[in-house]
Write a protein that binds this ligand. Structure first.
Ligand code: C5P
Length: 232
């Protein structure tokens, strides 16, 4: 399972998205669709990208009462998404309900992945604003364990945390890791980054790559480089 590069389609319209996808004549990359594109274009964007033959990670980070999340997950699952996420802070009961909601009539379901703490949350903000008085690393690991116990398939985390998550939750528990940059590439606003090769060595199952591919002069060549470094 896993070992794939997921391109973050951080575009604001379907036209921009399809123009980008049309660049790929030979391969059908795994794509991440986030809030911006989903809220702008609606569920049809997911159906259309699936019709074009791509796998989709729907990055909508659900967090609500268990019954609402279960019903929302059911709607999202029926669109054909291959991977969906939620906030582990929504509690184990919410995560269990989400997994239940994802099940399709044919018995299949998308992978369900938990966000532990957002990388934009510092330890200080977590203490002062969310009122959690534990080291950030420990919170990430405990949330990962909760997600595993609730029956989830893995977590979104920094590639630098992937090894530790595997140690605590087992090797088959998936790590989906953004924060990827080529050697010598622009970091942008990302801080804790690795190259695709380092992410592979640490044990990431899926890397999520946005700007190094979408803003490259030649996105197809950048995607191929990423895939080669990560999987070979
Ligand atoms: O352009 P870049 O490679 O930085 O894009 C990374 C993608 O992963 C973006 O869509 C970003 O929102 C997402 N992401 C992240 N860090 C997280 C969770 C998601 O960078 N902790």
């Amino acid at each position: 399972m896993g070992k794939d590069v997921i391109i973050a389609c951080d575009f604001s319209t379907k036209d921009e998205t399809y123009a980008f996808l049309d660049l790929f004549k030979e391969e059908k990359p795994y794509l991440k669709v986030g809030m911006e594109l989903f809220y702008a274009e609606g569920p049809e964007i997911v159906r259309e990208i699936k019709r074009r033959g791509h796998k989709i990670f729907l990055d909508l980070k659900l967090h609500d009462i268990p019954n609402t999340v279960m019903r929302a997950m059911s709607a999202l699952s029926s669109l054909g998404a291959d991977m969906i996420n939620l906030h582990a802070s929504g509690t184990a009961a919410m995560m269990e309900a989400a997994a239940k909601g994802l099940e399709r009539p044919d018995g299949t379901r998308p992978l369900l992945i938990a966000v532990t703490q957002l990388t934009s949350t510092s330890e200080e903000r977590m203490k002062n604003d969310i009122l959690i008085d534990l080291p950030l690393d420990e919170v990430v690991m405990r949330y990962a364990e909760n997600a595993k116990t609730a029956g989830l398939d893995g977590v979104v985390c920094s590639p630098l945390e992937a090894g530790k998550v595997k140690e605590r939750c087992g090797n088959s528990f998936l790590t989906v890791t953004p924060g990827i940059r080529f050697d010598g590439g622009e970091k942008g606003d990302q801080v804790r980054i690795t190259t695709p090769k380092q992410a592979r060595e640490i044990g990431s199952d899926y890397i999520v790559v946005g700007r190094p591919v979408t803003r490259a002069d030649n996105p197809v060549a950048a995607y191929r480089r990423c895939l080669k470094e990560f999987t070979e």
